[in-house]
Design a protein around this ligand. Sequence first.
Ligand code: HEM
Length: 531
Amino acid sequence: MFSFKSVRTVVSDLLLLSKELRTIEFMFAFVLVVIIHSLRQKKNHGLPIWPILGMLPSLLLGLRSGVYDWLTKILNHQSGTFVFKGPWFTSFNYVVTSKPKNLKYLLSTNFSNFAKGESFNYIARDVFGEGFFNSDGVAWLLQRRAVSAAFHSNEFRSMTVESLVDLVHRRLFSILDNSIKSGNLLIDLQDLLLRLSFDNICILAFGVDTGTLNLGLPNIPFVKAFEEATCVTLLRFFTPALVWRAMRFLNLGRERRLKTSIREVHDFVDEVIHTKKKDILSKSTRDKFGSNILTTFIAMKDDKGSSVPEKILRDTCVSLILGGRDTSSIALAWFFWFLDQNSVVEEKILAEIYRIVGERETGSDKGGTEANLVVMPEEVKRMEYLHAALTESLRLYPSVPLEFREVVEDDVFPDGTTLKKGTKVIYSIHAVGRMKSIWGKDCMEFKPERWLTDGKFAREPTYKFTAFNGGPRDCLGKDFAYYQMKFIAASIIHRYRVKVERNHPVAPKLSLSMYMKYGLKVTISSRRCEN
Ligand code: HEM
């Protein structure tokens, strides 16, 4: 029998339940509306915008899957520009672009309104200080002028030729020959190329032979520390400032590793500067590699007769290593990976080398098939197809994939995007090289021919091919880099066949420079055996 009381309890329980159900229903509906609303933002903004977190969840997913391709996909979808909105109440917002007309405006037309800026300078200051990659105004201009004068001197050019012959023919070839003798061992070509360009820039810029490409491939702690430092610095750009600053303050995680790496990088460079200064003062040892950028910097005096401060010397050296070591070796690693999949291109490069060295005057080393052939500087310059193939590789895998700027005064991009003073701008060099609107439907294919007109290399404007930047901040080492890359590539291709390991994983690493994340594992065989 039901009592009146128990019926009342059941009814009140049911009422309570239905109230709770309604609350749950309401919350569910609310969450659904928020999700639908956030996802619908994707159509207009390129990414969902979530309450409080903004676009951060998508960025975290993008960082996991590969940030360069992720950005390129959004940029292609958004016709070349989108605004990244970070969490509420933070300044973690960016205008991201890859539109040529915006780039022309930013790099050249209104260059002075797009600085490296205070916030980016702060992010990279721990590693690069006030070095030319990380400074604006007078500090940048003075370093640029000094580096430019050194790069364009005849002495620098002839030293480049000399040191490359030694590094490639004596050191690199010994290692490659050894690997053949030992039964075609797997080698990491990217690692060898990085060692080569590191030794080369240290010889040319500092007059110091670091010998990382010597037989036995010695471990130099500086190298690992440098790679770690550039990697963590890039991650800071994609982390809300509050988070990475807190991690730095508490000495946690990657910020802790960064601190150790920076110490090692600075110790190495300080030691180089200290030794050079001692050499100059004592004059007891003659500089083995003649004058170099560092000795020029040490000797420089301002109007008041003061020398360049030690800190600026260090910052310039660290920037020179970044510019000189990573860029051209990484570009070569991607290039050899492309060649492995494009045997026709490799054959064309080989044919070009044979044709050009075959035209040498009688009496000189004719040796198109000569094993020890040393390619001469004038011959390197005439290698138009090789130049095109390297450029094509850089289009798809630019050594510097992303660039960062800050807007100085309120402005508007030519595509109509509003830029408030202090807006942070990222331009994706990686995306510019992969836009259908610039390169056509076959933009993802590796085709050196797209750079050739009547067999001659035809350059594109710098705001379409931005691998070397453009305008007043364009790459000062471009000619040097092309010479170095062409000389190394021609020498290797002429003498060896390079085969990439089957199923070798290939992906770009997240860092300031676009290393191959897993290196480039290859086997080498001698072409002599084929003739
Ligand atoms: C494939 C090879 C290279 C590529 C793709 C490349 C790319 C670039 C890019 C994108 C910039 C602009 C950086 C910025 O403003 O933040 C730059 C600047 C610069 N690069 Fe290169 N670079 C290469 C090789 C080199 C080499 C080998 C050197 C020197 C040994 C060098 C020296 C410089 C210098 C000094 C600047 C500073 C320009 C300035 O801020 O005024 N680069 N390079």
